[in-house]
Design a protein around this ligand. Structure first.
Ligand code: ADP
Length: 647
């Protein structure tokens, strides 16, 4: 008796796209199905380590792909772990991966763009519906008897059916009833070419019928199966025998990626610790980048698959790395829980971190192609990498991350402010430091353009001191922990204005401040609680005043973020610095001296509000500000001119 089930909404959404869009790259469905078959063989082999009965017969694990050009069907068969009926419902009726859900939600409305993205993304089993209008899955789990098989069937509309069947052989068989425009996929030559192109790396034999000559066909011969792929796990082959295309195909199929990698690292280490790692940095940000549980590493022990999403081998700040680690030093039956207790794990992790960072450092200092690869890694994952400056304990590792960190700066932005790719590292920054500059300065901003507009930069510009423009939220957090580089302290440009003045300038300013004490007191009184101190500054050149935070205080962007998260930012009464050389300030001082305090008060408030706006902050009393500006405009324009009425 068959049961009808309704697909999860996301699956329906996905299937709808599969069926109703046109795909340029729909041939990837075969790579997805073979990859699933290979995973199923991996799982059986792994589970049989602790439960030998699962694979007692010991027959070779393999995948078969057989087309029938008469009936326009294509069968993909494996003798892997199989599925129970419940598993079929769970795995072939829902989408578990958060990445896929996020991907669906992010799809643009435009059909053409959608199909392009889907073609690249590859969405596992469901991609079968790109070429088939009916899909039948017959499977039997290695854990149940031959009466407990399942037949799963769907035409890709809202429903599917399942039915209990008898199935003597373990494993899964998928039958695709090809669409009229997809009949070519049943042709032997087409199958062979696709397997070679996309699945050559698969560690199990992938077999398909030999191509028969016309002669053979006349004789009524049936084709025997032959192995098409090389059948050796890619990472176990010598590097010089692997092409870029093969690496890329492996990355897409085995790591479930859809882009091309920005860079790869293939290392084989023998010694007290022996392992092979084939690692990739994606070319684009994955959708689940900020899911800290996510890891893209699969762990193998002596060629046997043990687990995917292996969390213990890489720190959080390298969570964007994808690939395979094959260790000789772990027991085969290691589980996720037991893994943490293995002595080899921290050593392996340390080695992987070191290799990855050294590889990135090599790229950063390499030729133009390598530099371009590094720039791609930096622009997609630099912010994640910099989390390591906060969380990493090992000082040598932190030092390497610091050497890899890249930011925009007043120097890189000088020529092309809008070109985000022009970034600098601290090493180069330090080299450019002129005589007299002893610290590394930074300013935070929501964007490079906003940071560049900060009045805090005026004094630094005058002295030609470079200032880093920190625009990623993570950097707020980074600079609170990462306080110096090569003995040079990192300082917020806003709170380090003192550094800019010479001893004479400081003395002169002190003198001037004494003279202006009455005026400064008046300003402070006018602004009340929100301002801790009002003082003169000779660092400003264009602005009448600016707000300065205390050492280690949070930027207005961080404040905003806390407010949006429903938290009250720590109170930060700040200092208002006033430029005594600014004509506005001069007149205001005169106004105050002349006793027009009411008028002066209004102006002082507007000045303070402008300073808040200039650094990208938000006004607590925006309506009050607007009203005051209107009054000023009215006063400036004078009494309303007589409107000449016609007639
Ligand atoms: P993914 O493979 O990325 O997890 P799929 O949609 O391709 O996503 O497959 C969903 C799940 O269905 C798999 O994770 C697996 O549990 C199960 N599955 C698919 N194909 C097979 C197969 N040939 N044998 C056993 N299980 C399979």
């Amino acid at each position: 008796m068959s049961k009808t089930h309704v697909f999860q909404t996301e699956v329906q959404q996905l299937l709808h796209l599969m069926i109703h869009s046109l795909y340029s790259e729909r041939e990837i469905y075969l790579r997805e199905l073979i990859s699933n078959a290979s995973d199923a063989c991996d799982k059986l082999r792994f589970q049989a380590l602790t439960k030998p009965a699962l694979h007692a017969s010991g027959e070779e694990l393999a995948v078969e792909v057989v087309g029938d050009s008469e009936s326009h069907t294509l069968v993909i068969r494996d003798n892997g772990v199989g599925m129970t009926e419940a598993e079929a419902v769970e795995h072939l009726g829902t989408i578990a991966k958060s990445g896929t859900k996020a991907f669906l939600n992010s799809l643009p409305g435009d059909q053409a763009k959608q199909s392009h993205l889907i073609g690249q993304f590859g969405v596992g089993f469901y991609s079968a519906f790109m070429v088939a209008d009916r899909v039948v899955v017959e499977s039997r789990s290695a854990h149940v008897g031959s009466d407990d098989g399942v037949r799963w069937e769907s035409t890709g509309d809202g429903n599917y059916t399942t039915e209990r069947i008898a199935r003597p052989q373990r494993g899964t068989q998928i039958t695709l009833h090809l669409k009229d425009d997809a009949k070519e996929f049943a042709e032997p030559w087409r199958i062979r070419a696709l397997v070679k192109k996309y699945s050559d790396y698969v560690a199990y034999p992938v077999r398909s019928p030999k191509q028969l000559t016309d002669e053979d066909t006349k004789k009524g011969a049936t084709a025997e199966l032959e192995q098409i792929n090389t059948g050796q796990a890619l990472w176990t082959r010598p590097k010089d025998q692997i092409t870029d295309e093969q690496y890329s195909a492996f990355y897409k199929a085995a790591c479930h990626q859809w882009d091309d990698p920005a860079t790869r690292l293939h290392v084989s280490v023998e010694g007290t610790l022996s392992f092979t790692a084939l690692l990739f940095v994606p070319g684009e940000r994955p959708l689940d980048l900020f899911d800290r549980e996510r890891r893209g590493l699969s762990l193998y022990v002596r060629r046997v698959f043990v687990m995917d999403d292996c969390k213990d081998l890489l720190p959080d700040w390298l969570r964007f790395v994808r690939g395979v680690v094959d260790s000789d030093d772990l027991p085969l039956n290691v589980s996720r829980e037991l893994l943490q207790q293995q002595d080899a794990v921290p050593k392996l992790r340390k080695q992987l971190v070191k290799r990855i960072l050294d590889h990135l450092l090599k790229l950063a200092g390499g030729d133009d192609t390598e530099k371009a690869a590094f720039a791609a890694v930096d622009s997609a994952f630099g912010a994640v990498l910099r989390e390591g400056l906060v969380s990493e304990r090992d000082s040598e590792t932190r030092d390497k991350i610091a050497r890899l960190a890249r930011w925009r700066s007043t120097w890189t932005a000088a020529e092309k402010p809008e070109d985000d790719a022009r970034r600098t590292g601290l090493e180069d920054y330090v080299k450019r430091m002129p005589e007299g500059q002893t610290a590394i300065y930074f300013v935070n901003g929501a964007s490079a353009a906003a940071a560049l507009a900060s009045p805090h930069l005026e004094g630094y510009r005058r002295k030609s001191w470079e200032v880093l423009l920190l625009t990623d939220p993570v950097d707020e957090w980074v600079v609170q922990h990462f306080r110096e580089y090569q003995g040079k302290p990192l300082k917020a440009a806003g709170s380090a204005q003192d550094d800019l003045a010479s001893a004479e300038e400081k003395a002169a300013l002190e003198e001037r401040s004494k003279e202006a004490a009455g005026f400064l007191g008046f300003v402070k009184e006018t602004l009340g609680e929100g301002i801790a101190e009002v003082r003169l500054s000779n660092r400003l050149t264009e602005s009448p005043c600016c707000l300065v935070a205390g050492e280690g205080a949070m930027s207005p962007q961080m404040d905003e973020m806390l407010k949006r998260m429903g938290q009250q930012p720590p109170s930060r009464a700040r200092t208002l610095e006033i430029n005594p050389a600014h004509p506005l300030v001069e007149r205001l001082q005169a106004l105050h001296a002349a006793g027009s305090t009411d008028q002066a008060k209004g102006y002082v408030q507007v000045l303070r509000d402008q300073a808040v706006l200039a650094e990208g902050g938000r006004l607590d009393d925006a309506a009050g500000f607007a009203k005051r500006v209107q009054e000023l405009m009215l006063a400036a324009i004078g009494a309303a001119p007589k409107v000449h009425k016609a007639g």
